[in-house]
Design a protein around this ligand. Structure first.
Ligand SMILES: *Cc1c(COP(=O)(O)O)cnc(C)c1O
Length: 406
């Protein structure tokens, strides 16, 4: 008899997106002529930068000739891309990360979900709340938790983001071994300072713990004092792995390319306390289960680091940030307290009551769709997330309607 992985039965079905879809459909049916503006999704809306498109086309032409055709590439990614990443994203910012510490992949979602696989099942895991659901669910699937009780799994340590701590969680009071952090944060848009990250790095060092740092939104950091990478903190290369993606900076959500930084200095331990290289473990896992990203996509990603690419990406990110600022200013003008939207495409808004009440009001009175914070965890209750991923015209229209409705 084929038996299931019983851990899958513990997973809490998220009704969030189906609930949203139902309410939106009901509204549309009642108001067939009303144009609904969606500011709820975490997907980009603008075309790939021209530099990427050119490189993409040229690489496809190479695939059309026997002489320049590419078959399987190195599982970790082509050297040209690993070098461009190490220099462009790290060495240029004073972080000592080498090309052979970069593992190219088809997504930060898969990497941040898969990474836990190389660790023991009885490690203690700390996960932020509110949170990008991938971190929690993959640990549930692996069997690191008990059942869910009132929306929280037993056996996990939740790092609470609250109004009081500005959605930058405090260090855990009981020891943990694996820590997930995401800055700039999805869903809250909160950003951590160097001092705050330094505390986490020190904590990890003192506890022989590991930080999994999701920096998918680093390109949105505008304030030069804020870190874009955890490796801007001294010694972080001993205790942190970083996830990056071309999805949000260069619009690769449908093109698929990302990477994970696994420094040589990162160690994990055997039961008897012997140190093992995390990079060796990840390399083994990655080369066994993954066969690299397509050649044209890696060439398109490489173009992100060209002069033309950089200019276009900063324009692209600037466009969404301009939307974000507009949304935040408008919502604050209407008397709502907001987090994010300054170094992040997300604006996290205190709903001054129930998340779903504000969601319904924005939908029914303004025809605008947002995301209720409760879908991201217990600490998300009482908040909504508005995303800046849309056209400026739609954002302006949405804000005009909201102002008129309130
Ligand atoms: C969008 C996003 C990613 C990127 O995922 P990809 O699989 O690379 O598209 C990673 N982490 C967070 C928190 C995100 O919101």
């Amino acid at each position: 008899m084929i038996k299931i992985n019983e851990n899958y039965k513990k997973l809490q079905a998220s009704y969030l997106f189906s609930d949203i879809a139902k309410r939106v459909a009901a509204f549309q049916q009642a108001n067939p002529d009303k144009h609904i503006i969606r500011l709820g999704i975490g997907d980009v809306t603008r075309a790939l930068p021209d530099a990427c498109i050119k490189a993409f086309h040229a690489a496809i032409d190479e695939m059309a000739n026997d002489a320049t055709f590419h078959g399987y590439g190195p599982e970790q990614g082509y050297d040209f891309l690993r070098k461009a990443i190490a220099e462009g994203d790290f060495q240029s910012r004073g972080c000592n990360i080498e090309a052979d510490e970069i593992f190219v992949s088809d997504g930060a979602k898969c990497d941040s979900g898969n990474f836990q696989e190389i660790f023991a099942n009885d490690i203690r895991v700390a996960i932020p709340d509110p949170v990008y659901p991938v971190y929690v669910d993959t640990n549930v699937m692996a069997g690191r938790t008990g059942e869910a009780e009132a929306g929280r799994y037993t056996g996990l340590t939740y790092l609470e983001g609250t109004r009081e701590n500005g959605f930058i969680p405090d260090l855990p009071s009981a020891p943990v071994d694996l820590i997930y952090l995401c800055f700039p944060n999805n869903p809250t848009g909160a950003t951590a300072t160097k001092e705050q990250l330094k505390q986490w790095v020190e904590y990890a060092k003192n506890n022989k713990a590991l930080i999994l740092f999701d920096a998918a939104y680093e390109a949105f950091v505008q304030d030069e004092r804020l870190p874009r990478s955890i490796y801007e903190i001294e010694g972080a290369d001993e205790v942190a792995v970083e996830f990056r993606s071309f999805s949000k900076n260069a619009g690769f959500t449908g093109t698929r390319c990302a990477y994970t930084v696994v420094p040589k200095a990162c160690k994990a331990y055997t039961t008897s306390g012997e140190a093992v290289s995390i990079q060796d473990l990840w390399n083994r896992r990655h080369t066994t289960k993954f066969n690299s990203v397509s050649y044209p996509v890696q060439r398109a990603a490489e173009a992100v680091y060209s002069e033309e690419g950089r200019t276009q990406i900063s324009e692209l990110v600037g466009y969404y940030l301009n939307n974000a600022k507009f949304i935040r200013d408008q919502m604050e003008g209407l008397g709502y307290n907001c987090i994010g939207g300054e170094n992040s495409p997300y604006i996290w808004i205190d709903a001054q009551g129930d998340s779903w009440d504000l969601f319904d009001m924005l939908l029914n009175k303004a025809g605008v769709v947002c995301t209720p914070g409760a879908g991201f965890g217990k600490c998300g209750e009482g908040y909504i997330r508005i995303s800046a991923f849309n056209s400026f015209e739609n954002v302006q229209d949405a804000m005009k309607r909201i102002s008129g409705a309130l």
